[in-house]
Structure formats: C-alpha cells, structure tokens
Design a protein around this ligand. Structure first.
Ligand code: UD1
Ligand code: UDP
Length: 386
C-alpha cells in the first residue's frame, strides 16, 4: 500500500468548498495513506469569502497562505505561480490537486506541470466555448497540463475526448499519456453531506433574516461580464426589482464583494433604491450551510454562478442563468435552467414561465452518487501503485 503526499490548492470561495469534499474523504477513507498539504493562494481573503468555510466545513487551516489578494489577471496569476513554485520545490509532493477554473487553478497547473509534478484536475472538461471568458482559458490550460482529469458530467467527458484525450490510455499515466474519468461532481457530495447538517446547525437562520421559507427568490451575481458592464448590471437589477413587485415576492441577494463594489461605484442611485426596497434583501455573502438553506427553501434561483446553477438542481429548484451560455448544458437541456443573459425580455418571460410551472419540472440525477471524492482518491492512489 503506497503513501502519498498531495498538495491541495484553493484560492477562491468555491474551491475551498470543493476541497472540503476531498479533505473529508481523506480523513474518512484514506487516513494514513494520504498526507494533505493545503495551499491557499489568498485569491479570496474576506472572512466571509474564505475563513468562514474553513471553520464551518472543518477543513484544516491552510499550511501555506500566499496572501496574493486581488489584482489584474496577469499580476495575480504570476504572483501565485511563483509562490506555488517555491512550495513545490520545498515540499516535493507526489502530486497536486486543483479545482475548477479560477486564476488559482491556472497558476497551480502552470507551476506544477513546468516542474513535472503530476497535476490532478477536478472538474475537468467543462467548456463554455467562449474564450473571452477568463475561466475558459484557465480550464483549457489546466486540462492540458494534467495527468489525471476528473470530469463531473458526460458533456465534460465528451469535451475532453473532442480535444484528443483518450479514455483507453493505460498506465503509467503522465502529462503526455493522461487518464480521463467520468466521476460525478464533488459538489454533489458536499450538498448531500451538508444539507441535513445545515438544518440542524442553523435553526435561527430564517428568523434572523426575517424570511419566510418557500416565499422568496434567491439571486446571486458575480460574473465579470455582469458586474463590470454597468448596463447589464442595471438591466438585470431593474428587471428583477420590477418582477418582485409584480409577484409581491422577496428577492434575497447575498452579493459577492465584487458586485457591491461595482454597484456603489457605478450605480449608486440604484444601489440605494434597492436597499430601500421592502422586497429586496441585499445581504453579505453567506456561509455554505446558510447558502444551502437559502437554496433548498427558495422558490426559484437566479444566478450567474456555476456552482449555484448546479445546486439549484441538487435541491430541485428552477434556475434562471444570467449568462449567454453555460458549461452545465445538461441543466438547460433538461429545461430546469434557462439562459436569460442580461436581457430584460428573456428574464421576464422565463421568470413567468418558470414561476407558473414550478411543480411540473423534473430533476434527474446528472451528477453522480455523492461519492465522487472517494472515487477520485482511490484512482489517485492507484496511479502510484502502477
Ligand atoms: C473568481 C474567479 C471566478 C469564480 C469566482 C468565485 C477568476 C478569474 N475568477 O472571480 O471564476 O467564479 O472567483 O467566487 O479566477 N474581492 C473582495 N474580497 C475578496 C475577494 C474579492 O473584495 O475576498 C473583490 C475585489 O474587489 C476583487 C474582486 O472581488 O478585485 C474580484 O475578485 P477575483 O478573485 O479577482 O475574481 P472573482 O470575481 O471573485
Ligand atoms: N456560496 C456561498 N455563499 C454565498 C454565495 C455562494 O457559500 O454567499 C457558495 C455556493 O453555494 C456554491 C459556491 O459558493 O457552492 C459558488 O461560488 P461562486 O458563485 O462564488 O463561484 P462559481 O461557482 O461561479 O465559480
């Protein structure tokens, strides 16, 4: 039986949440076989974007925090690359695990592959086919720097095949002979694991927010295309405000700091108006357990987040996606998520369509069996036995 040392790389909020599934599976199934070293790039740093997840999801404190913070893409990524490189040289891990598609993912993929450390990419193969989206380039480079690639969905697996990855490759696996797997989604593992705990631990949450279960719509907005384009942001918010009034329903918006910064700077009048509205609750980012409660008990979810789109499905809630395209195409094909861009007409039409047909929608299991993390670690260990 082999023993391996792996570097677990996090940086942005969703990666900390994703890493908790891997940390939990190590503790539960592979204790003594896998030593985990957690590296936080510091891409997200506010308490409610970072610390809260370590505390609540019981992840070990990072062994390293590079404290990179916010900056332009190039500057942020380059600081991360050099910081991760130093750690790789010092720690000499057997492999490095990365999640998703952020600048932290890209930096870790570049730093590790250049030094010939095997890269394991979780959430591989997702594509928006829109290379102006910063995440798309991050995904492509990370996938093509990896040795083991774990695709969460059939669509992601197929994308990898279309880019030349071959499932029939046999060991030993290397960056030039990579292995691809269809695994299901570790975020489904997390939602299953934490849903019951959320109800148990956060009993006062709805009372404190003065919110009635099943009588509100959950909204999140953070994608650069929406926050940095004031016309789009304005169109989205004005349309949602008017729909809330028409239906007399509350909108709960835990907003990413990026969105708040943009609203205050560029749409201050609208920001004040929304704050003054009885039907709109703009709140700071919430913890993952709180987010699960908000998702599970909402009537509908409106978002531009990748993670929140999927969670809408896990909790059987219809979803309007404030984007032109999505990587989670199975949701749109299923009709339970609708692409509405930032278009007032599309938002209004699809909102009304969804609102009036809530109980008729079906939510098949697209994302595995809730044991993706366990499967991934088993395959990682196997790589070192071969
Ligand atoms: C990043 C990812 C995105 C992911 C998102 C998850 C990239 C290119 N983008 O976007 O794919 O969906 O994380 O949330 O990696 N800020 C704070 N406090 C923080 C963090 C950020 O105030 O703790 C503000 C700063 O003004 C910063 C802005 O948010 O400039 C953007 O942060 P950044 O990490 O660059 O990108 P995200 O939009 O968070
Ligand atoms: N999330 C959270 N609190 C919030 C907003 C989101 O815990 O206030 C969680 C959400 O449940 C999901 C993840 O953060 O698991 C998604 O992160 P985000 O929307 O920032 O990024 P994306 O998934 O689009 O990369």
């Amino acid at each position: 039986m082999s023993h391996i040392k792996l570097l677990n790389i996090v940086g942005a909020r969703p990666q900390i949440i994703k890493a908790s599934a891997i940390s939990r599976a190590i503790k539960k199934h592979y204790f003594g076989q896998i030593t985990e070293i957690i590296v936080h790039t510091g891409q997200h740093y506010d308490k409610e974007m970072s610390d809260v997840f370590f505390e609540e999801l019981e992840i070990n404190k990072p062994d390293y925090n590079l404290g990179v913070g916010s900056a332009s893409h190039g500057r942020q990524t380059s600081l991360m690359i050099s910081g991760i490189e130093d750690i790789l040289i010092k720690e000499k891990p057997d492999c490095i695990i990365l999640y998703g598609d952020t600048n932290s993912t890209l930096a870790a993929a570049i730093a590790a592959s250049k030094l010939h450390f095997p890269v394991i990419h979780i959430e591989a193969g997702l594509r928006s086919f829109n290379k102006t989206m910063p995440e798309e380039l991050n995904r492509i480079v990370s996938d093509h720097s990896s040795t083991l690639l774990f695709a969460p969905t059939h669509a992601a697996f197929k994308n990898l095949m279309n880019e030349g990855f071959r499932p029939e490759n046999s060991p030993p696996y290397t960056i030039d002979n990579p292995k691809i797997y269809l695994t299901g989604d570790i975020m489904y593992d997390n939602s299953k694991f934490f849903a019951a705990l959320a109800e148990k631990k956060k009993t006062d949450f709805f009372d404190n927010l003065r919110l009635e279960r099943d009588n509100y719509i959950l909204v999140t907005i953070h994608r650069d295309t929406n926050t940095d384009d004031f016309e789009r942001l304005n169109d989205i918010l004005i349309t949602l405000e008017s729909l809330a009034k028409e239906r007399n329903i509350t909108l709960v918006m835990p907003l990413h700091p990026r969105t708040i910064v943009s609203l205050k700077k560029n749409l201050y009048g609208l920001y004040c108006e929304l704050f003054g509205s009885k039907l709109i609750k703009i709140i700071p980012p919430v913890s993952f357990l709180e987010m699960i409660l908000l998702e599970k008990n909402s009537r509908m979810i409106i978002t531009d987040s990748g993670g929140v789109q999927k969670e809408s499905h896990f909790f059987k809630r219809p979803c309007l996606v404030l984007r032109r395209e999505t990587e989670w195409v199975e949701l749109v094909n299923n009709g339970t998520a609708r692409l509405v861009d930032a278009d007032p007409v599309k938002i209004t039409d699809e909102f009304n369509n969804m609102y009036d047909s809530l109980s008729m929608l079906e939510y098949p299991g697209f994302y595995g069996d809730g044991k993706a993390a366990e499967f991934i670690l088993k395959e990682v260990l196997l790589m070192f036995e071969n």
